[in-house]
Write a protein that binds this ligand. Structure first.
Ligand SMILES: *[C@@H]1O[C@H](CO)[C@@H](O)[C@H](O)[C@H]1NC(C)=O
Length: 72
């Protein structure tokens, strides 16, 4: 019984450590809500996006794309 629960805990730990980062690192791009006009530089978008609680942002086709966490 004790041995079984140890194996179970190790498997659970592996599952959490393997799947967890995949969920955390997954980002979903979406158009910036706060940025107005055309963008030219990634950095200007990233600054605006980070104020929108996004994990980052970049400039694509003159529009600011913010990257958000996909989970919840
Ligand atoms: C801006 O970000 C995009 C996406 O990450 C990247 O492909 C591109 O090279 C970046 N451009 C500049 C000028 O840093």
């Amino acid at each position: 019984m004790g041995h079984f629960s140890t194996v179970f805990l190790v498997l659970l730990l592996l599952l959490v450590t393997e799947i967890g980062p995949m969920v955390v690192h997954a980002t979903c791009p979406s158009l910036s809500k706060n940025f107005k006009g055309w963008c030219w530089f990634n950095d200007s978008c990233r600054t605006v996006c980070e104020d929108e609680w996004a994990t980052g942002g970049y400039c694509r086709f003159f529009q600011c794309i913010c990257t958000h966490r996909c989970a919840f």
